[in-house]
Design a protein around this ligand. Sequence first.
Ligand code: HXC
Ligand code: NAP
Length: 301
Amino acid sequence: MDDTGPTQQFPGIPRPPAVGETALKPGTFDGEVVFVTGGGTGLGKAIASEFARLGASIVIASRKPEHLVAGEESIGSLGAKVLTVACDIRDPESIAAAFDAAEAELGRPRVLINNAAANFPVPAEDMSPNAWRTVVDITLNGTFFCSREFGRRHIEAGTPASIVNIGASYAWTGGPGFAHSAAAKAGVKNLTETLAVEWGPYGIQVNCLVPGLFPHEDMTADIQGNLAATSDKDACQPALRTGHRQELGWAATFLASPYARFISGHTLTVDGANWQRRALVNPAVTPIRVQMGRGPFSPGE
Ligand code: HXC
Ligand code: NAP
């Protein structure tokens, strides 16, 4: 935190307990399998770790071998069973194969964490059709395809289950500079609400978990560059700090636990009230392309 600025006399929201503490009873997920898309990096890895600490076996599904190896090492170091599967969530056949592998190796996952997503900052007028399609395809279509595969298996087997979709608060505020991701995350929130009702009768809960700002070392260069342009990440948050990734993991384990069985169709935001932030005195508007250091719009570029 910046201790020289105007917020120095304010304490902010206290730090959370350390990584390694658990919010639920030890063994809450003993004998259960949790399938985490994008679980080899950043927040997906942190969420997978909290389930592993509580006894779950973990399946990590994503594209890049180096991410799968990182996830395997991290979960393995906690003493949990872990299976990694190469999978592109844009491809329904690749998803079906990943679930087949999970069932053969560890048993049918009872929990699906739809964490994988795509994002980069770009002014809407500069965004190519393929850039739009790529982000929507991964973030929204991928979330639906994974949910569909998981849901059909449980409906056929008659077994209860839980889905936690990872959202973003610009789903309901809009996301200047992130038109593709914001629209896709709005779809994810809406899908959560529809599937919770459609699949409640089968015993399948569907919730959405929205992280605030959780900086981590796996963030893509594009996103890190965007964060670097914010002069002080802590002082810009009402909590006067950003999120610690275990805080998100604890929320995810709660939503998928027996203690949250009557919670479905809900979106839980873990952001220290950042999305509600408004100023008493309005700052001047700085257009997105100016914030990104781009010159005047040129349709030829
Ligand atoms: C403009 C871009 C671009 C950029 C890619 N494109 N990066 N356009 N600015 N920075 C365009 C490409 O030019 C291309 O369009 C299209 O997008 C597809 O690009 P590919 O590289 O071919 O796609 P692919 O290999 O499938 O990779 C997908 C990706 C990549 C999204 C581009 O970044 C990725 O794999 N990301 C996964 C991880 C990720 O995004 N994590 C962020 C999650 S964080 P053309 O027209 O040239 O063909 C998050 C919230 C963070 O969601 C909030 C923090 C505040
Ligand atoms: P990250 O580290 O970039 O993770 C994204 C993950 O998605 C990667 O592991 C990536 O693995 C996987 N992925 C991307 N495209 C995929 C595809 N086509 N198929 C399968 N897997 C794919 O980002 P993060 O910060 O941890 O974000 C995790 C979630 O939190 C996302 O849903 C994000 O939108 C949300 N979120 C994050 C923040 C934040 O502050 N960090 C804020 C709001 C919301 P591969 O490259 O190996 O495929």
